[in-house]
Design a protein around this ligand. Sequence first.
Ligand SMILES: [Zn+2]
Length: 134
Amino acid sequence: MKEATYTMLDGSRKTFKYDENAPCRSCGLPVVSASMGGTDICSWCDCGVFRDGTKMDYDELTNESLRKKRAKEIVEKVKKGWMPENQQPKCDYVHCMAGMGLVGGGRCFLKGEWWNKKCPQFKRDEEITDKEIK
Ligand SMILES: [Zn+2]
C-alpha cells in the first residue's frame, strides 16, 4: 500500500491510501504510483502515453479495449528488450556488449533496461558468455 496526498479546491490536503498493484482503470496495468488523475489511473495514462513513452493516438485514447491491448503489447515488447524508435537509450550502451544492437536494430539482446541509467543487464564485451545471448 502507498499513500498519495492531494490538495483540494479549498486548499485543504487529503491523503488517500491505495494499492500500487491495482490495475489502472485506463490501461489495466498495475497503477505503480498515483497521478494527478487519482490513485486509480497511472501517471502514464494521465499523460496520454504508454509505458515506453509513445503517445497514444486518437483511436487508442477513445477505445478502451484497444488501449488496454496496446499497453499490454508494449510492456511485453519492452520486456524483450525492444526500444521504441522515438526513444534514446539511457543506459550505458556505448560501453555495453549489447549497445550496438540497441542503437542499430532497436533491440537489446540482453533484454536490458535501456531506459535505466544503471541497467542490471549491463555487460562489457569481455564479461559476456554465449549462454547469455538470447
Ligand atoms: Zn494506465
